[in-house]
Design a protein around this ligand. Sequence first.
Ligand code: HEC
Length: 268
Amino acid sequence: MAIDARAAAFLLAAVLALDARAQGSALDEIAKYREALAAGNPAELWEARGEELWKKKRGPSNASLESCDLGKGPGVVKGAYAWLPRYFADAGRVMDLETRLAHCMVTLQGFSAAEATRRPFGSGSSRSDFESLAAWITAESKGVKMDVPMGHPKEQEAYRVGEKIFHFRGGPHDFACATCHGENGKRIRLQDLPNLTERADAQRGYTTWPAYRVSQGELRTFQWRLNDCFRQQRFPELVFGSEASIALTSFLARNAQDGVYAGPAIKR
Ligand code: HEC
């Protein structure tokens, strides 16, 4: 862990500026840059805090999250993220990682739902427990193949709803997710836009979140990514843990099926 975030940001800015002059794709340079940093991803700081949070007794019930069932049985964290979202019989609905964590904060630790979801995303010194917990839990799925179940009717429904939302056009620009992510070779400024309807791009795009964002000096979850794309699409804010958010996540996670999970990654 020898990486200073500001130095890293500067390095990346320099790489991007050089590339802009060359008018080439920033992708190759970013790939090289990632390789250089892979040995010391600052995401490790969030992972360490997440593991602590998982084990710490907290809330009105003074309990830890250690018996939280992420889908593979109480307390099983290894590989759990690669099997999410999925249907949970005890809640009667499909849940993604964050929704399930919020559920455990309520049922095990005694927080109210509002308290549990108060800070989905952190900024500066006010860290989000979700970002830390997600960093640690996802890291425990590194190297595991995506295996998102579609056996339950509610799982199939979530996928279908997610697919609809992905193609739903609206807002002042009449944009859908598909406008930016439904064709090959699209690009905004220097950023290549993944075609999330195709296996290879969906795998790459999904299995590398959460990610440490160099430009923000923060670890960001997949939920944050979705929120930011809603913003780019000029849509109203996506409600954290909402059915729409879980449906979109189900659609994208399933499209990444069989991809090897590789997060938390480093992104620009
Ligand atoms: C106006 C264009 C635009 C729209 C509309 C849009 N996005 Fe994005 N999306 C982007 C950009 C730009 C990036 C960042 C690419 C980068 O940083 O390399 C991105 C990145 C992503 C990523 C991460 C890909 C990766 O490899 O890290 C996902 C997943 C994603 N978008 C999903 C969505 C979803 C779901 C919607 C619809 C709710 C959506 N996007 C709508 C522009 C858009």
